[in-house]
Design a protein around this ligand. Structure first.
Ligand code: PGA
Length: 250
C-alpha cells in the first residue's frame, strides 16, 4: 500500500488571532497537491479558530499536546474528548520541546499516545536524538528506546492512527537541517525496527516524517528519499513557503 505523503505544521507557541486567520486563508486559497494529507497545529487557544476558518479539503487541525486522563480535575490540561468535541482529530505528542522542557518521559508520551488513539484522535508521535547523543554514536539506540516505549503501549490497529516524526533535536529551529543521508538513514532504521518488532504491515504502512529546519528550499531533496513520507514543519509552517513544502512531492 502506498503511503500518502503527510505534511504537518507545528506553530508551537506562536501566532495571534490575526496571523492564524491569515495562515489559514493562505491555505484555503492555495493550490495544494491533492495527494498530500496536511495537518496544522496552532496553540490550544486558537484550535477552534483555525477549525472554524479552514475550508480546504484535505487539511485538518491538530493539537500540540493532549492529556491521558478523562475529563476531570487536571488544571491546565486538555482532554481527548474535548478535542473531538471541537472537531479536532489529531494531536502532536512527544515533541522534543515537551520532552526536554516539560519533562515528558518516553513512558508518559507512550501512555498519552495510547489514550489518544483509543479515544479516536490520531497522533503525530515525535522522536529524535540530541547533538550529544548523535556525536556519541547513540542516535539509533535513542530512537529505538523511544519506539520500544511506544510499542509497549500500542498494538494492532492503533498503528493506523500514528504518524512518526523523526526530529533530531539539533536540527529543530537551528537552521541546521539533517543531510538527506542522515535523515534517510534514521528513517530506514525506524522502518526496519517496526518490521522486526511490530510487523511487516505496520512497517510498510506507517508514515515517517522528517522534522528540523525544513524549508521551501531543502524539502524537495528530502522528499525524494524512499523512507521520508513527509515533514513536520515548525518555523516555515508560519510562512507562505509552507505551501511549497506541502507541494514538495509533486
Ligand atoms: P523547525 O521545527 O521546523 O522550526 O525546525 C520543527 C519542529 O519542531 O517540529
Amino acid at each position: 500500500m502506498a503511503r500518502k505523503f503527510f505534511v504537518g505544521g507545528n506553530f508551537k507557541m506562536n501566532g495571534t488571532k490575526e496571523s492564524i486567520k491569515s495562515i489559514v486563508k493562505n491555505l484555503n486559497e492555495a493550490q495544494l497537491d491533492p495527494n498530500v494529507e496536511v495537518v496544522i497545529a496552532p496553540p490550544a487557544l486558537y484550535l477552534q479558530l483555525a477549525r472554524d476558518q479552514l475550508t480546504k479539503a484535505g487539511v485538518e487541525v491538530s493539537a500540540q499536546n493532549v492529556y491521558d486522563k478523562p475529563n476531570g480535575a487536571f488544571t491546565g490540561e486538555i482532554s481527548v474528548s474535548q478535542l473531538k468535541d471541537s472537531n479536532i482529530h489529531w494531536t502532536i505528542l512527544g515533541h522534543s520541546e515537551r520532552r526536554t522542557l516539560l519533562g515528558e518521559t518516553d513512558e508518559v508520551v507512550a501512555s498519552k499516545t495510547k489514550f489518544a488513539v483509543d479515544g479516536g484522535v490520531s497522533v503525530i508521535w515525535c522522536c529524535g536524538e540530541s547533538l550529544q547523543e548523535r556525536e556519541a554514536g547513540q542516535t539509533i539506540a535513542v530512537i529505538e528506546k523511544q519506539l520500544a516505549a511506544l510499542a509497549g503501549k500500542v498494538s494492532g490497529d492503533d498503528w493506523k492512527k500514528i504518524v512518526i516524526a523523526y526530529e533530531p533535536i539539533w536540527a529543530i529551529g537551528t537552521g541546521k537541517v539533517a543531510t538527506v543521508q542522515q535523515a534517510q538513514e534514521v528513517h530506514e532504521a525506524i522502518r526496519k525496527w517496526l518490521k522486526e518488532k511490530v510487523g511487516q504491515t505496520v512497517a510498510d504502512e506507517t508514515r515517517i516524517l522528517y522534522g528540523g529546519s525544513v524549508n521551501g528550499k531543502n524539502c524537495k531533496d528530502l522528499a525524494k528519499e524512499k523512507d521520508i513520507d513527509g515533514f513536520l514543519v515548525g518555523g516555515a509552517s508560519l510562512k507562505p513557503e509552507f505551501v511549497d513544502i506541502i507541494n514538495s512531492n509533486q
